[in-house]
Structure formats: structure tokens, C-alpha cells
Design a protein around this ligand. Structure first.
Ligand code: HEM
Length: 168
């Protein structure tokens, strides 16, 4: 309902930025399926944090995937709930518990470009097609071993004059 509807109209930057629920849905997808599932840094000097000594040159791994699914941080962590990222809720998120684009001075330089591209692609697709679950849809996606990808089977129907065509 956030897209400009049928027939597909032009989409400008501001229209994309105003789509708050799409933004929340993309954020929630990146929480459940972060493309980079762990971050790494090398200590330039020895440092003690919370009584833990990190010696110089040690590689420190930040476990993004487990952080994104920690039930103490995200109630019902396996559930897809974009509302976690809508106004009123997103402000309460500790940025060190949600890091799909990394953190600090070496975080992803393509973050804004990636987000706006995803929103544009989603809007263009949803203006033209409707997606719904079918018997073959696996509600909980299983990652294919060693391939870092998922297969999602859904029913796709094109929009025509504002109503759905029957072909699937
Ligand atoms: C959904 C899409 C993307 C995701 C989830 C993503 C995620 C990440 C993550 C997690 C890092 C490591 C950050 C860190 O260590 O703190 C990173 C680094 C980086 N990303 Fe992305 N990225 C995406 C798209 C892009 C795009 C579109 C570009 C370029 C146009 C890009 C360019 C880079 C570069 C150059 C770095 C290295 C930055 C550095 O080491 O200083 N990324 N990205």
C-alpha cells in the first residue's frame, strides 16, 4: 500500500524515503538474514575491557548473527516482525545489538546506496506483482549448507488494471 499503486508510476527519492514500513521490513530482513554474519577487527594495542585483556594483534570477532537472534535482545527472535523497526520502537534499539552494515569508522560505505537500491527494487516489483504463500512455501527459511543462499517458493501473480490476473 506504500507503493504508488497501479499503473506503476515514477518513484522519486522522497517517495522511497517516506515508505516507513518498507524501511522497517528491510531492516527486519537484515536482522534475520545479515549478509555479513560476523565482523572482525585486529587489536592495534593491548586493551582491557570489562576485566578482559585483549592483547595487541589479537583478532576479535563480533558475532552478528547470534546477536541478531538473541532472545534477551529480540523477543521471539525467529519471528519476522518489522514493527521492531517502526517509529517508537526503533529508537530503543542499542546500535551494538544490530549491525547489518558493521559499526564504527570501517563500517559499510555502501549502506545508503544499498538501502535505497533495495527499496527501489522492492517497490518496482510490488507495483507489478503480488506475492503469496503456497503449499511449497517454507515459512522458516533454511540456509543451504555452505552456499550462503536460500530458496523461497511463493505464488507470484501480475497486476493488471489494478486487479490480480489469475496466472500463477
Ligand atoms: C545489503 C547490502 C550490503 C550489506 C549488508 C553490506 C554490509 C557490509 C558490512 C557488514 C561491512 C563490514 C563493516 C565492518 O566491518 O564494520 C561492509 C563493508 C564494506 N561495504 Fe558493504 N554492504 C552492502 C552493500 C554494499 C554496497 C552496495 C557497496 C558499494 C557500493 C558496499 C561497499 C562496502 C565497502 C567498500 C566496505 C569496506 C569498508 C571498509 O573496510 O572501510 N557495500 N559492508
Amino acid at each position: 500500500s506504500e507503493s504508488s499503486g497501479y499503473p506503476p508510476g515514477p518513484i522519486d527519492y522522497q517517495t522511497l524515503m517516506d515508505m516507513e514500513y518498507l524501511d522497517a521490513a528491510i531492516n527486519e530482513s537484515l536482522r534475520l538474514y545479515p549478509i555479513v554474519n560476523r565482523l572482525e577487527r585486529v587489536a592495534k594495542a593491548s586493551v582491557e575491557i570489562n576485566n578482559l585483556l585483549i592483547p595487541k594483534d589479537m583478532v576479535v570477532m563480533v558475532p552478528v548473527w547470534p546477536l541478531h537472534r538473541n532472545p534477551e535482545i529480540w523477543p521471539e527472535p525467529e519471528k519476522f516482525k518489522p514493527e521492531r523497526f517502526t517509529k517508537g520502537n526503533k529508537e530503543t534499539i542499542d546500535p551494538y545489538t544490530y549491525m547489518p552494515f558493521g559499526m564504527g569508522p570501517r563500517n559499510c560505505i555502501g549502506m545508503r546506496f544499498a538501502l535505497v537500491s533495495m527499496k527501489l527494487v522492492m517497490t518496482k516489483i510490488l507495483q507489478r506483482f503480488s506475492f503469496s504463500v503456497c503449499n511449497e512455501t517454507e515459512v522458516r527459511l533454511q540456509m543451504l549448507t555452505f552456499q550462503l543462499c536460500f530458496i523461497l517458493t511463493v505464488k507470484v501473480r501480475p497486476w493488471c488494471d489494478g486487479s490480480l490476473m489469475n496466472e500463477t
